[in-house]
Design a protein around this ligand. Structure first.
Ligand code: MN
Length: 167
């Protein structure tokens, strides 16, 4: 495994201090279905299904900053399984996935008594027409890429009924 270096040939600042887990995560490895816990959080678990590593990183940073527990996968089918098995409080669902459309996953989850009550935020890079399909599939909210962090967190908190401005 190559070590990432700066132009001057020095290792990145702080690299020695990072845990191996952080290093693996930043390389996008070993994160399928991985649960990342943040002790400050009192409870809420968010499943993120997103194949784009930069968007995943953005969601992770935003959710981590608020103390949410996260379950991450880049794989649509794994996302469906994790939603059923782990009973998350909220799902962030990318629509454009390589193995299955996020729309299909949303339809499956919303058509199942066990999972229909889990709120889903659809993430899409598609055109406005797609919004109709996303709503029809049963998504509770959607966000278009590029993602606004403030808007993302506002939607997350709203769907988790945490939209008290003081909280
Ligand atoms: Mn995607």
């Amino acid at each position: 495994m190559a070590t990432r270096q700066r132009a001057g040939g020095r290792p990145r600042d702080g690299s020695a201090a990072r845990s191996e887990e952080d290093a693996r995560r930043s390389r996008g490895q070993g994160t399928v279905g991985k649960t990342i816990r943040q002790p400050a959080n009192l409870s809420k678990r968010v499943l993120i299904v997103e194949d784009h590593s930069l968007n995943m990183k953005l969601f992770r940073v935003l959710l981590y900053s608020r103390g949410y527990e996260m379950i991450e996968t880049k794989d649509g089918h794994a996302g469906l399984d994790l939603a059923r098995a782990d009973d998350p409080d909220l799902i962030i669902m990318d629509i454009q996935l390589p193995d299955i459309s996020g729309l299909e996953i949303i339809r499956a989850l919303k058509g199942d008594d066990r999972t229909r009550d889990i709120p889903i935020v659809a993430i899409t890079a598609a055109m406005p027409e797609e919004e109709t399909n996303i709503r029809a599939a049963g998504a509770d909210a959607f966000l278009r890429k590029p993602i606004s962090g403030a808007e993302f967190l506002a939607i997350v908190r709203s769907l988790l009924h945490e939209d008290d401005p003081g909280g």
